[in-house]
Design a protein around this ligand. Structure first.
Ligand code: VGL
Ligand code: ZN
Length: 208
């Protein structure tokens, strides 16, 4: 039972968006190839979906600027530019992403008081999105994860998948992912590898 999790392939994280990941839109054709040819039984797309005034936005913290460190719920929190506000174009999926075979859209980051990088649970690990139960119910045994951004939402989703789903083989599809900070990406890949996540390419998956 193979599942593909497409993380946050949204306008806001692509060039021209409010929190652009360098080369972020390059993941779209690779993701579309995976969707079409990866042989998945289930395709899930996560969507960063913040209310206006979300606590991760620098604009919600007087004196803070985007990419400063701040605090949220008593914990260190990167101060992000306003991004992926519910119902705005910035929160929409990339227009070229092939949504026809997406079975489930998992929204996250809805609680203004806590950030949620992972598609499975909030950063404080208190509230679950319910995606873990869906994947368990569907009997998923292989979970491929890719998208934006490697050093944040992709990494946290992959690590949570390993932690929360017993016996599921988790793979990170590197060429279908891009990150915000090059050093952060390298560290994220090592962290995923150390957690037992396989680092693969779309060709490995498709067998081309
Ligand atoms: C993300 C920062 C803030 C991501 C989401 O999708 O990686 N990063 N919100
Ligand atoms: Zn966000």
């Amino acid at each position: 039972m193979k599942c593909l999790l497409l993380v946050d392939i949204q306008r806001g994280f692509c060039p021209g968006g409010n929190l652009p990941v360098p080369d972020g839109d390059a993941v779209v054709p690779v993701a579309n190839r995976l969707i079409a040819e990866g042989g998945y039984d289930l395709v899930v797309a996560s969507q960063d979906w913040h209310p206006q005034g979300h606590g991760s936005f620098a604009s919600s913290h007087p004196g803070k600027r985007p990419f400063d460190m701040g605090e949220l719920g008593g914990k260190p929190q990167m101060m992000w530019p306003d991004h992926c506000v519910q119902g705005t174009e910035d929160a929409a999926f990339h227009p070229d992403l092939d949504l026809r075979s997406v079975d489930l859209v998992q929204r996250k980051g809805i609680d203004a008081a806590v950030d949620s990088y992972s598609a499975f649970r909030d950063n404080d690990r208190a509230a679950l999105t319910g995606l873990d139960a869906v994947l368990r119910d569907r009997g998923v045994t292989v979970l491929d994860i890719c998208g934006l951004a490697t050093d944040y939402c992709v990494k946290f989703s992959a690590l949570d998948a390993v932690a929360m789903l017993d016996g599921v083989a988790v793979r990170f599809v590197e060429d279908a992912s891009r990150g915000i900070d090059p050093a952060g990406v390298a560290a994220a890949v090592e962290e995923m590898r150390a957690a037992g996540i396989a680092i693969v390419t779309a060709s490995d998956v498709i067998g081309g």
